[in-house]
Design a protein around this ligand. Structure first.
Ligand SMILES: Nc1ncnc2c1ncn2[C@@H]1O[C@H](COP(=O)(O)OP(=O)(O)OP(=O)(O)O)[C@@H](O)[C@H]1O
Ligand SMILES: [Mg+2]
Length: 221
């Protein structure tokens, strides 16, 4: 999927408005792998939320392929997210009481994917992240690195065209960081999933084909 921000501004708050993104334009071609860096508070998560259809811009446009989603309703955006976008966050956001398998299958159930297809996809994803043996373990018994791999697998459950990751290795040690990044790189390469990753870690940013820097809401490329 190709995703594009055109002259995007984001202002939070009405009584004391804060401008967080100031005329940001960026096009990410289908299959690209892009990293976004920048100091805390520079607007990285705000930008990712727009790319992920979690939010809409105050001014400007957001395109998925040819479609302008900048004025789409919450319910339309929700459907786009479920069908086309996978998210990975710093703190995993898995359901701790469920098993690995159940967590990965959940988005497919929400999207109404048939049982046989679900089982097959879960199997493929667990093999991709190397956690087939842990399939029936609950999340609470996994290490941080293992949990983040499960989060990547879950993000891919509905075969998204766009994978977004906000500090996906922020809570991981060096070894786990490398493992999770290898999984993300493999997904980007083998499935041509457009990948956008926010990170403070130069070693992580180095996995991307292009690195952009946000500074007080403006983009350097
Ligand atoms: N929903 C919101 N309402 C009001 N202000 C917000 C909201 N979300 C973010 N902000 C403000 O916007 C600015 C940018 O926040 P954002 O989370 O995008 O930064 P960031 O670059 O991701 O920072 P970090 O590296 O710490 O995660 C901050 O000043 C933040 O307080
Ligand atoms: Mg952030």
């Amino acid at each position: 999927m190709r995703v594009s921000l055109q002259g995007v501004h984001k202002v939070y708050g009405k009584s004391r408005p804060t401008k967080v993104l100031d005329d940001v334009s960026l096009t990410i071609e289908s299959g690209d792998f892009v990293a976004i860096t920048g100091p805390s508070g520079s607007g990285k998560s705000s930008m990712l939320n727009l790319l992920g259809c979690l939010d809409v811009p105050t001014f400007g446009q957001v395109f998925f392929d040819q479609r302008d989603v900048s004025k789409a309703s919450e319910s339309v955006r929700e459907r786009i997210r479920l069908q086309h976008i996978g998210f990975v966050f710093q703190n995993y956001q898995l359901l701790p009481g469920l098993t690995v398998r159940e967590n990965v299958a959940l988005p497919m159930q929400l999207a109404g994917v048939r049982r046989m297809e679900r089982l097959a996809r879960v199997q493929g994803l667990l093999s991709m992240i190397g956690l087939e043996k842990q399939a029936d373990q609950r999340i609470i018994y996994l290490s941080g690195g293992q949990q983040q791999k499960v989060a990547v697998a879950r993000a891919l459950a509905n075969l998204p065209g766009l994978l977004l990751a906000d500090e996906p290795t922020g809570s991981l040690d060096g070894q786990s960081t490398l493992q999770v990044m290898e999984v993300i790189r493999e997904v980007n390469r083998s499935r041509s999933v457009t990948t956008v990753l926010v990170t403070h870690d130069p070693q992580v940013a180095a996995y991307a084909q292009r690195v952009y820097r946000l500074e007080s809401g403006s983009l350097d490329g």
